[in-house]
Design a protein around this ligand. Structure first.
Ligand code: AMP
Length: 393
């Protein structure tokens, strides 16, 4: 029996107010799920009409570096959470002195910085791709020669959806890649190129009392560096799924995560798993849980930070999640009157449908992944519906 780390008085029951730093779709879906349970919500985001503010009880329109506004959020809330990583850890530290911030600033500091993230994982015995920290072109040249080509140069901060990284195929790429990515006073990280056969992820929850639960491992397919499709469950052997879930558990336990963490991994041909990245919050690859699991990742997040027992993560039915980017909104809207009944539509209430912007997602349920994918292929919303998602099986 696991010993309780906090007294039960820290359990925040329905009726409590949850403050959320960030007003994006992740916060919106946490709120929609939390309202079901009777929690109240305040959002903080620079925009007055963001996905989160449209569904929260109260909204503070302020920048993420605005300490006074964050303190106001803290004063009105029983607990404060963040729904994305680009929050200044200093703001979170200030908040931590006054209000309960279960996710904490430490995890933010780790996951915002690729070097700290990789070093922390490495120190915890979690397998990651070989990497070097480089401060100039000379160091990059040496590191690349040591790791071997191809390798991947990445900025240490601010990279997301594939931004801030370059593949180096030979020495001729060293100089241009360094020029493109390096920033004054900041090193870069160079990693061995991983010849993965699949990208997998596991969303893991750990609550205030140390209880841990993992959602089923999924496979993620990216297009133009943005998540396109999630297959739930990942079509992999049972022993690989079990190891992926164990790795996510290890991450949650060793990093003492409170809340949620998405653990992104590479699967190699020989069955090896390497962790690529962590996201300390609900994650796009966990959106399928909303319609396909007994408990959604959004409800689970709330349960974890409020100290409630975690809900069942059982997958009720195979599902395929596909993102709706700006360019897919119109085709989806046209299709809505004739959508099959196994397609669940989520739109985030964003006004401007810019190409590449995440506007919503659909989750297609099926008796099998093949059946769900068959429905996706009939929708006529995305350009590559003819792709063979089972090619590596
Ligand atoms: P990241 O920004 O680290 O999440 O990387 C974005 C995408 O780039 C990943 O989802 C992979 O498809 C690819 N990628 C990142 N790092 C590597 C690597 N070391 N080897 C091969 N592909 C990578």
């Amino acid at each position: 029996m696991m010993e309780l780390q906090v007294k039960p008085t820290t359990v925040l029951l329905p009726g409590s107010t949850v403050g959320i730093l960030g007003g994006g779709q992740l916060g919106r879906m946490v709120i929609l799920e939390g309202r079901k349970l009777g929690y109240r919500f305040i959002t903080l985001d620079p925009s007055t009409d963001c996905p989160g503010s449209q569904v929260s009880d109260h909204h503070i329109s302020a920048g993420y570096h605005d300490v006074l506004a964050a303190e106001q959020l803290g004063e009105w809330s029983d607990v404060v959470a963040y729904e994305f990583e680009n929050i200044d850890p200093e703001v979170v530290k200030r908040l931590e002195e006054k209000v309960f911030v279960p996710q904490g600033s430490r995890l933010l500091e780790i996951t915002q910085h690729r070097v700290r993230e990789k070093e922390t994982l490495d120190a915890c015995g979690i397998p990651v791709a070989a990497f070097r920290v480089v401060h100039d072109t000379e160091q990059l040249r040496d590191a690349a020669a040591e790791l071997g080509y191809p390798c991947v140069l990445k900025t240490v901060t601010g990279g997301y959806d594939g931004k801030g990284q370059r593949i180096l195929r030979g020495e001729k790429d060293v100089e241009p890649a360094w020029q493109a990515l390096s920033r004054p006073g900041e090193p870069c990280i160079v990693e061995q190129f991983v010849p993965f056969i699949k990208e997998l992820s596991v969303v893991v929850a750990r609550n205030l009392h140390g209880q841990i639960a993992t959602f089923p491992v999924v496979e993620n397919i990216h297009r133009h560096h943005i998540l396109h499709v999630t297959l739930a469950p990942a079509p992999v052997y049972e022993r690989i799924a079990a190891r992926a879930e164990q790795l996510a558990r290890d991450v949650a336990e060793k990093l003492e995560i409170t809340g949620l963490c998405a653990v992104e991994m590479f699967l190699l041909e020989d069955g090896q798993l390497l962790v690529n990245e962590l996201a300390p919050r609900p994650h796009n690859s966990g959106h399928f849980t909303y319609d396909a699991c007994a408990t959604s990742q959004f409800e689970q997040f709330l349960r974890a930070i409020c100290g409630l027992p975690l809900g069942s993560t059982r997958l009720l039915t195979p599902a395929v999640m596909v993102n709706i980017l700006g360019e897919h909104v119109e085709p989806l809207i046209q299709r809505i009157p004739t959508l099959p009944d196994n397609v669940k539509v989520h739109l985030y209430g964003k006004k401007e449908a810019k190409p590449g912007r995440k506007m919503g997602h659909v989750t297609v349920l099926g008796e099998s992944l093949a059946e769900a994918w068959g429905t996706v292929q009939q929708l006529g919303i995305w350009e590559d519906e003819d792709m063979d998602i089972f090619e590596n099986n």
